[in-house]
Design a protein around this ligand. Structure first.
Ligand SMILES: Cc1ncc(C[n+]2csc(CCOP(=O)(O)OP(=O)(O)O)c2C)c(N)n1
Ligand SMILES: [Mg+2]
Length: 332
């Protein structure tokens, strides 16, 4: 029932491989720009970078069609971009502008796009899990053959919502694919310091749910395993859990002293960078030339410059709209 996939287990066309590389580079460069804009005060509030984990969102997203639903965490810029939300709408949201994908009301942690069935972005650790179960329950009741993909971090496995959600999804046989991004830390707390059982796939088995662990630094391994799991959920209508073993290269939020891990550990993981290792893999197979890479990088740079221009050109929501979408009467 448990298995760890070895990297690159399934062959793909070179066009698809280059598309995966492009998607990972879009996310990496988008976030590098976001970090710069944060330092300039253009983006405010919290900003959680996904740098180092790009293979997970990009590889996993290949398994879902437009009718499937995606639920993510507050570290979700990569998922939003990989789901097809335009970079300009994401950047404008991070600026807090009205042309952002959540109307400027959510910011970095609350990217939403119902037209693409992207249901957040959620600042509450574990908060997306019951939402995913509810979405899948709705699909079941309405007889729609869809999958709900729910991304969450290793920190969420200590939340009651994790256990309640897995239990109900298994008990009611709901088509949810639980996708745990295990980057080993919840803020500054290592998994082994808050869990008596650190094998996350094993936790799913306790709920009678099929589970697999996969190398989250290998985009092809992620895609292969997630496609297989998504097909199982689609075929059986029952939930599954994937654990991606990954690592964030940056601080938890924009700034933290990173006293909870050694520089050597971070450097060691950086040698497994999902983008650099995939580029090497493709180069060695003769499927990536330097001019291919230059073209991808310049296309990505142009897209990001355009996204920043969209955000800069956007307007702030007018003050008259202050109580719009507020569901109670305003008491004066
Ligand atoms: C219910 C809840 N408790 C605590 C927090 C504070 N908090 C924000 S992020 C975080 C760590 C979550 O770690 P993990 O789920 O592993 O995700 P990662 O940041 O590693 O992607 C915590 C405890 C919160 N946002 N919500
Ligand atoms: Mg974590």
């Amino acid at each position: 029932m448990l298995s760890v996939l070895k990297p690159g287990s399934e062959s793909v066309t070179s066009g698809h491989a280059l598309a995966l590389l492009r998607e990972m580079l879009r996310i990496r460069r988008f976030e590098e720009k976001a970090a710069e804009l944060y330092s300039l005060g253009k983006i405010r509030g919290f900003l959680h970078l996904y740098i180092g984990e790009e293979a997970v969102a990009v590889g996993a997203m290949q398994a879902f069609g437009r009718d499937d639903a995606i639920v993510a965490t507050y570290r979700e810029h990569g998922h939003a971009l990989a789901r097809g939300i335009p970079a300009g709408a994401v950047m404008a949201e991070m600026y807090g502008k009205a042309n952002g994908c959540s109307g400027g009301r959510g910011g970095s942690m609350h990217l939403f796009d119902v037209t693409r069935r992207f249901y957040g972005g959620n600042a509450i650790v574990g908060g997306g899990l019951p939402i995913a179960v509810g979405l899948a329950l709705a699909d079941r009741l309405l007889g729609r053959a869809r999958v709900t993909a729910c991304f969450f971090g290793d920190g969420a496995v200590g939340e009651g919502e994790f256990h309640e959600s897995l239990n109900l999804a298994a008990l009611w046989r709901l088509p949810v694919l639980f996708l745990c991004e295990n980057n080993l830390y919840a803020m500054g707390t290592a998994l082994s310091r808050h869990q008596s059982q650190t094998d996350i796939a094993l936790k799913a088995q306790a709920y009678n749910m099929h589970a697999e662990s996969v190398d989250g630094m290998d985009v092809l391994a992620v895609e292969t395993a997630t496609r297989r799991a998504a097909e199982t959920v689609r075929r059986t209508g029952e939930p599954c859990l994937m654990e991606y073993r990954t690592y964030r290269f940056r601080a938890h939020s924009m700034y933290d002293a990173e006293l909870y891990r050694s520089k050597e550990e971070v450097e060691q993981w950086k040698t497994r960078c999902p983008i650099a290792t995939f580029e090497d893999y493709l180069r060695n197979r003769g499927e990536l030339t330097e001019s291919d890479l230059r073209k991808i990088e310049s296309d990505v740079a142009a897209e990001i410059a355009e996204a920043v221009a969209v955000a800069e050109a956007g307007h702030w929501e007018p003050i008259e709209d202050l109580t719009k979408n507020v569901y109670t009467q305003v008491i004066r």
